[in-house]
Design a protein around this ligand. Structure first.
Ligand code: SAM
Length: 302
């Protein structure tokens, strides 16, 4: 188990700064995420994007991400500089879309389980809980140790420290339909790993759906190139898909529920200037990243 440095630095001043937010909020000590592994540290970037969305857009409220950003000892100003408006919109919108898919699944299957693979510090449960949903979060053991300090588990929301590539976490799933989310994770896996992961979900329950964002191969190449110039936590990206077939070939009998650009529909109702909306729509065609929602077959087929 990895030990985390807890710094109660200038605690009184920090507490005073956050005074209006309530007692539970003020009681959090500052936590240093610097000892996380490299791929694990990438969780800081979408976390920051969600906090930014929450501050800027009434349509996406995530006070827990705002709280986490303020309680981590990390230079989020550097993230703001490097990622910019486009990166913030892109990453935050991924959560908006994953939330929509989760809410729709819970409407169709009340009390179902959402499995958030490679969850990082995603506050999905806090955003989508309808009073009966179950959320099983899975990430590397060091991430989950940090997560459990900052987002304590509850009756219907747990976090399991394990590789998503192993089967251990499957034993923790409650019975009933399952929606598996992979948000910002597929690109850190190889083609063989993502195919094995998908095949391993077939037959897990009678209803299993998967939602996953996947970059195009040229987006992977461009990101790996740009990474060399960035000081942000980065791990080399691997899996990129030219189209849905690159996923569907792993799961014969699977049904594609939706497939479109991750940024499709971005801007509606957010009051973004037209220049920003155009940049997003051009950006997502130049360096595509797609969102796929797939219903898995009930049984494995050869
Ligand atoms: C870019 S972050 C995304 C985090 C989260 N899904 C979100 O949207 O905020 C990628 C996450 O995938 C996790 N991850 C990558 N490979 C993994 C593996 N083999 N097993 C468990 N977690 C993994 C990392 O630890 C990290 O938390």
């Amino acid at each position: 188990m990895v030990e985390f440095a807890i710094h109660v630095r200038d605690f009184n001043e920090w507490r005073a700064r956050n005074a209006p937010r309530g007692l539970w909020y003020r009681a959090l000590p500052m936590v240093d995420p610097g000892s996380l592994g490299t791929v694990q540290q990438t969780l800081l970037i979408p976390l920051w994007a969600r906090a930014e969305w929450s501050r800027r857009f009434a349509a996406f409220q995530d006070p827990h991400s705002e709280r986490l950003v303020e309680s981590l000892q990390y230079d989020f100003e550097e993230v703001r500089k490097r990622i910019g408006t486009f990166g913030m919109l892109n990453l935050g919108y991924r959560s908006v879309r994953m939330d929509r898919i989760a809410r729709d699944f819970l409407k169709r299957h009340p009390g179902a389980t959402i499995v958030n693979l490679g969850c990082g510090l995603d506050t999905l449960y806090e955003r989508i809980d309808d009073g009966q949903a179950h959320v099983v979060n899975v990430d590397m053991p060091d991430t989950v140790a940090l997560r459990n300090r900052l987002l304590p588990p509850s009756d219907r929301s747990v976090a399991i420290g394990a590789s998503i590539l192993e089967d251990d976490w499957k034993a923790a799933l409650p019975p009933g339909p399952v929606l598996v989310l992979l948000a910002g994770v597929s690109m850190y896996l190889t083609r063989a790993q993502i195919h094995k992961l998908l095949r391993g979900l077939v037959g897990l329950r009678s209803t299993v759906e998967v939602a996953v964002d996947v970059m195009a191969p040229r987006t992977i190449r461009a990101s790996n190139f740009l990474m060399g110039f960035s000081r942000l936590p980065q791990a080399p990206l691997s899996f990129g898909a030219a189209g849905a077939q690159d996923l569907m070939e792993a799961i014969p009998g699977g049904r594609l529920i939706q497939s479109d650009y991750l940024l499709s529909g971005l801007g509606k109702g957010l009051g973004l200037p037209w220049q920003t909306r155009s940049l997003a729509q051009w950006g997502c065609r130049l360096f595509p990243e797609r969102l796929y929602q797939i219903a898995l077959p009930q049984e494995k087929r050869l």
